[in-house]
Design a protein around this ligand. Structure first.
Ligand code: NDP
Length: 287
């Protein structure tokens, strides 16, 4: 196993391979980051070509796809018959382009999305999404299992990245809501740590409504509504007005108001808020 890129995530990945007894070779653009890994048994190479040559599988985890290509382009001629597992964050388009580039050089390619932070790597809670070559995933699934729970999502190499970014969108939506909530409570000097258990409890209760919303999105039937959209649009104005009155910026919550109003204007006011998903699409689905 070779790990290319020894930032916070690359070091965690290499550490998990070592922990599971896999001989591991590492390379980083800036030397001097492999000390602890070398002490644990890793081999450090000075040239990326040596790292690629050392193993049939190279896991790449650098800042972005430009860095991936800057690193691998000079050694592209040595990739034939090897597998590149690219765990760098990027877009579905970048993943598909890189898969095509790898195929052009005779390399197997898996693109991955790491749904975890470095201290979680190696534990079951660390979900890592993979897409691309089904054969490569089958051949290396056990090896990749050293990093966390390996989930293969599709042979379209862009799918793991699509899921990764979609899940990050959900995460940032939740963080944004949390930040606004504690700022509101903080406007009356309620400490964040005192208010947060109430936020968590409420969010957990609301999470229970997601499967029913998903079913409505899939069926297109948003008629079942205990909490109809028009009522929510009216209440939302109070959230914005109260925020301003409390001296809290509305920048995180303002966009939802425009969407709620658009839903009412589109005639969905009597139905469930899940109809808003349909308003977010700006182009037909990729078939
Ligand atoms: P770091 O900032 O800690 O490390 C960045 C790494 O990229 C370093 O090894 C750096 O090398 C390398 N790098 C940057 N530019 C180049 C280049 N042009 N050529 C070669 N190498 C380059 O980032 P992380 O390790 O945290 O993140 C790596 C990837 O993992 C990112 O895509 C990130 O989005 C993803 N990720 C990170 C998570 C996290 O919580 N940390 C969570 C999930 C995904 P050098 O030392 O020489 O600068």
């Amino acid at each position: 196993m070779s790990v290319i890129g020894l930032g916070a995530m690359g070091r965690a990945l290499a550490g998990a391979f070592l922990e599971n007894g896999h001989p591991t070779t590492v390379w980083n653009r800036t030397p001097g980051r492999a000390g602890e890994l070398v002490a644990r048994g890793a081999a450090e190479t000075a040239a990326v070509a040596e790292a690629v040559a050392a193993s049939p599988v190279a896991v790449v985890c650098v800042l972005d796809y430009a860095a991936v290509r800057e690193t691998l382009d000079p050694v592209a001629g040595t990739l034939a018959g090897r597998t590149v597992v690219n765990l760098t964050n990027g877009t579905p388009g970048q993943a598909r382009e890189t898969a095509g580039w790898a195929a052009g050089h005779g390399a197997g390619y898996l693109d991955g999305g790491i749904m975890a932070v470095p201290p979680m790597i190696g534990q079951a809670e660390a979900m890592i999404l993979y897409s691309g070559s089904r054969d490569a995933f089958g051949a290396h699934e056990r090896l990749l299992g050293a990093l966390g729970t390996a989930v293969y999502v599709d042979d379209d190499p862009g799918r793991a990245s699509l899921y990764d970014l979609a899940l990050l969108g959900a995460m940032y939506g939740m963080f944004g809501g949390f930040f606004h909530a504690v700022a509101m409570a903080g406007s009356e000097e309620v400490p964040a740590s005192e208010f947060t258990p109430m936020v968590s409890g409420f969010l957990n209760a609301m999470i229970a409504s997601l499967p029913a919303m998903a079913a409505a999105v899939d069926s297109g039937d948003h008629s079942a509504a205990d909490s109809n959209l028009e009522m929510q649009a009216a209440a939302y104005v109070n959230l914005l007005d109260a925020s301003r009155a409390q001296g809290v910026s509305t920048e995180l919550v303002e966009p939802m108001r425009a969407l709620l109003d658009r839903g009412v204007a589109a005639g969905h006011g009597g139905g469930d808020v899940s109809s808003l998903v349909g308003l977010l699409r700006t182009a037909p689905a990729r078939g």
